[in-house]
Design a protein around this ligand. Structure first.
Ligand SMILES: [Zn+2]
Length: 137
């Protein structure tokens, strides 16, 4: 449960499967998993390929570019920590490698965001980690 009074944004907690992803983010590198058996790319990091079930997965650098698949504008901050940013955009971004990621679109007004918009990935420092976010390409 989130606490509406929380004054700091939540910070990701790496798992065995996601630790490499977050380490790359700390160096401002976006990665996706690539399957050595079938070549499929996937996000989020898992211990099996969602296409073929193989465990032969490795992290590859993504280009850091993608397209807005869809988005919403959030006008009501879920916690006090997000209040200064509302209204803000929550989007599903299709990376050029294929996987779809949820992130904020920052660096422009919400009214400037559109479906099909080209974006590039930037990183938001948060609680000692860095989170991928999108900004207009
Ligand atoms: Zn596979």
């Amino acid at each position: 449960m989130s606490d509406a009074r929380a004054t700091t944004k939540p910070v990701p907690v790496p798992t065995v499967d996601s630790e490499g992803f977050w380490t790359a983010c700390a160096g401002e590198r976006l990665t996706v998993q690539r399957c050595g058996a079938c070549g499929a790319a996937q996000f989020y990091p898992r211990n099996r390929c969602t296409a073929c079930g193989s465990a032969d997965l490795s992290l590859i650098d993504a280009a850091g570019t993608g397209t807005v698949f869809t988005f919403t504008v959030n006008h009501r901050a879920p916690t006090a920590a997000f209040a200064a940013e509302a209204p803000y955009v929550i989007a599903l971004v299709d990376l050029d490698e294929g996987p779809r990621m949820m992130m904020n679109v920052i660096g422009c007004a919400p009214a400037e965001v559109s479906i099909g918009m080209k974006v590039r990935i930037v990183f938001e420092a948060r609680g000692g980690m860095k989170l991928p976010q999108a900004t207009p390409a």
